[in-house]
Design a protein around this ligand. Structure first.
Ligand SMILES: [Zn+2]
Length: 285
């Protein structure tokens, strides 16, 4: 069996479609734009064996029709969430469903991870034998961040992140956006005494300065630096209490405060203090 390669194909401002290939055939995850994926396949003489999509947002599915047309294969499997009907998705998969490809030899298990959207799923490749596990998690877990709550609740997102945090520490995490530097800038504010975060900022800046992706990350690394996986940490709770002057009685309260802080982080300096989020948190705690 050939070694698989995991290639980030950039498109739009900061999206990645992930291409999994054995050098002859490829599977693509979250192709929001067909053109860059087609170009990569043509330049590397790859045929397309299938498409995986994590959720219904256009920047994750917008290229499906174009890739189906380009492949010339009307039965090309397109696996997507069971909970919604997405144009072009031919196989709707729910939690625990196994997706298997022969060429390239590749098998993933579906994990339902609602929060960013109701339908969001992730694909987990366990890795055979001593092989490294791989996770394709769309807009749920980012390097040093997590997706915004556009449809689901904070409870759902926290439960989804908890599920992903149970995967093997060596899991390579393939996120769908290059948000890392902005996310680390927030980590520096909410987890200021974490030296792993400041080291990571230096490494990520060096990678971006070379035009290289900061991804994939690993679960071990995220557990050390990602504030959304560290809502139990006394340092982060202290930062939240200092920022909002409220009680933080549990992990969920910490997560809600942290997510809200991040949503407004880039613009918060422009908002008068009395109008900053959140007005009250008691109902969530
Ligand atoms: Zn999305």
């Amino acid at each position: 069996m050939s070694e698989l390669e995991y290639v980030p194909v950039p498109f739009f401002e900061d999206n990645y479609a992930w291409l999994i290939t054995d050098g002859r055939a490829a599977i693509v995850v979250d192709p929001g734009d067909a053109g860059p994926v087609i170009r990569y396949c043509e330049e590397n003489h790859l045929t397309l064996a299938g498409i995986l999509v994590t959720h219904h947002h256009p920047d994750h599915v917008g290229g499906v029709d174009g890739l189906l047309a380009w492949s010339g294969n009307s039965s090309l499997p397109v696996h997507g969430p069971a909970k919604v009907r997405i144009p072009g998705v031919s196989v709707r998969v729910g939690h625990g469903f196994c997706v298997t490809f022969k060429e390239p030899a590749f098998q993933v298990t579906v994990i339902e991870v609602p929060g960013h959207t109701h339908d969001h799923i992730a694909f987990f490749e366990a890795g055979k034998g001593a092989g490294v596990p791989h996770l394709f998690c769309g807009d749920t877990l980012f390097a040093s961040g997590c997706g915004r709550l556009l449809e689901g609740t904070a409870e759902q997102m926290l439960a989804s992140l908890d599920k992903l945090a149970q995967l093997p520490l060596s899991t390579r995490v393939h996120c769908a956006h290059e948000y890392t530097l902005a996310n680390i800038q927030f980590s520096l504010r909410c987890d200021p005494s974490n030296t792993d975060v400041s080291d990571w900022y230096d490494q990520a800046r060096a990678l971006r300065a070379e035009g290289a992706p900061t991804l994939p990350t690993t679960l071990r690394h995220e557990l050390a630096v990602n504030p959304f996986l560290r809502v139990h940490s006394p340092e982060i709770r202290a930062a939240l209490i200092n920022q909002f002057n409220v009680l933080v009685p549990n992990r969920l309260a910490a997560f809600i405060l942290l997510r809200g802080w991040k949503d407004f982080f880039s613009v918060e300096e422009a908002i008068p203090v009395e109008r900053r989020w959140p007005p009250t948190l008691l109902k969530y705690c």
